[in-house]
Design a protein around this ligand. Structure first.
Ligand code: IMP
Length: 444
């Protein structure tokens, strides 16, 4: 039995979907603990490709329970669309459970997200426009609608009447937008409630029961460490806590119940939206990584900004999340390069800096200090073991493991499940705390 948290060690889109899909095979329960329909992963079933934003891909395994936890925000229209897609394939969704204390994204959240981005002009965050920030803001302001309100036929009209009238003042007076009709929204959300009601549970209790029964639980983070509201590149962040600690709050479990943290990082770096990115590559090399890595957002289709691997943020992610081992994805994207750079540290105002600075202003002034490694210029997509890898590719991986003082348990070389090298069992292999961090081998 092991309870494992899988998190993104960069700015999201690290390939967590594939890693959680692989690990879901040995999980009894998969819990999504934060974020909303801003996330996205592509799933291929029976030659059909579809995109999921909220439902964990564990739903494709018939005996795996999937829980959308308390720390998430749920857009019911999108969730119902996902349920329809899955059911249309003949896959049962009875194992999908929804937390009664998750917050609900309403039409005014989406409108305010888009309008406030427009109003920010050059100060914009580059959000996904899915209403995520405003839904979490209402949660903090204590004007949010929770799933248990959504499915309460008496409470919902009362609460929505008040809230929509309050939000209409903001829509009309601040953003010059037409007001929403409370009756229309109430009717629409009551229909959603009927569809979702059978899935709604006290999720932290369900998770606790699974822990008591010694089930394997996988806590799946969305987005990535540098998008964390508290620990990321604020204000260019999302509004939840994708870091490993967020699993405890978002799922409602104590820290003593987590056995292991697996960090997922690309062999290079990408980011979508605004905000500083020291190793960003502009020009042909950036274009090449984008094209080879198909770096376009699943949710918005936006082109992802691409750059070299940054070990400063890598080490930061190890520290903030307590990462035990890493999954390195998309190594094959680097196959054609003659030389590959890795950022070792930054230079700020002529001084060497080994640590990620909390200030975004300072971060935007960071100049990367690189080490250049030779490329392997050979295809790795068919490699299935470390021995199959070109020596220079293996050296690259060893260098990343050394820089971050964490063993690499898994290497991904393409989108399909079999394009993976399992270096060691990511769930039961030795933990980082047991290793001599001055001498970290690729595999512990
Ligand atoms: P929001 O989460 O839509 O409010 O967007 C805030 C920031 O997080 C923006 O820079 C988005 O591009 C980024 N973001 C949100 N979700 C994801 C994701 O799943 N992958 C990568 N970036 C994301």
């Amino acid at each position: 039995m092991a309870n494992v948290v899988v998190i993104g060690a960069q700015w999201g889109d690290e390939g967590k979907g594939k890693v959680t899909d692989l690990l879901s095979r040995s999980a009894d329960v998969v819990v999504r603990y934060q974020g909303g329909v801003n996330a996205g992963h592509t799933v291929v079933v029976k030659d059909q490709t579809f995109k999921l934003h909220l439902i964990p891909s564990g739903i494709l395994y018939p005996d795996t329970k999937c829980i959308i936890g308390s720390g998430t925000v749920i857009d019911p229209a999108v969730l119902i669309e996902e349920l329809d897609q899955i059911e249309a394939l003949g896959i049962s969704t009875k194992n999908l459970l929804i937390s009664e204390t998750a917050h609900v994204t309403m039409p005014y959240h989406r409108l305010i997200d888009k309008a406030s981005e427009e109003r920010r002009g050059s100060q914009k965050i580059g959000t996904t426009g899915r209403g995520i920030g405003p839904t979490y803001a209402d949660k903090s302001e204590r004007t949010g609608i929770r799933v248990l309100d959504l499915i309460d036929p008496e409470a919902l009209p009362q609460q929505l009447n008040w809230t929509i009238n309050y939000k209409n003042v903001i829509l009309e007076k601040l953003y010059d937008l037409p007001p929403l009709d409370p009756a229309v929204v109430i009717e629409q959300y009551q229909t959603y409630a009927e569809r979702l009601r059978p899935h709604v549970v006290d999720s932290s209790l369900k998770i606790y029961e699974a822990i008591e029964q010694k089930r394997n639980i996988l806590f799946e983070g969305a987005q990535g460490t540098l998008l964390d509201l508290d620990h990321g590149t604020y204000p260019y962040v999302t509004s939840s806590n994708p870091v490993a600690g967020g699993a405890c709050i978002g799922a409602g479990v104590g820290p003593t119940m987590i056995d292991r943290v697996i960090g997922v990082a690309k062999a290079y770096t990408t980011r979508v939206g605004e905000g500083p990115f020291p190793t960003e590559l502009e020009g042909t090399l950036g274009e090449l990584l984008c094209a080879r890595g198909a770096e376009f957002g699943t949710t918005t289709g936006r082109r992802r900004r691409c750059g070299w691997f940054d070990s400063v943020i890598g080490r930061y992610a190890v520290r903030i999340n307590g990462i035990d081992c890493l999954a390195i994805t998309k190594l094959d994207v680097l196959d054609t390069l003659e030389e590959i750079k890795v950022c070792l540290a930054y230079e700020i105002d002529g001084e060497r800096c080994e640590h990620f600075p909390s200030s975004s202003r300072k971060f935007s002034q960071c100049l990367p200090i690189y080490k250049t490694l030779p490329g392997w210029q050979q295809s790795t997509s068919e490699c299935r073991s470390l021995e199959d890898l070109p020596t220079k590719a293996l050296d690259y991986l060893k260098f990343l493991a050394e820089l971050m003082a964490v063993p690499i348990a898994l290497v991904s070389l393409g989108a399909s499940r079999d394009q993976t090298i399992i270096v060691e069992d990511p769930i039961h292999g030795p933990k980082r705390a047991l290793l001599d961090t001055n001498n970290v081998p690729l595999s512990s």
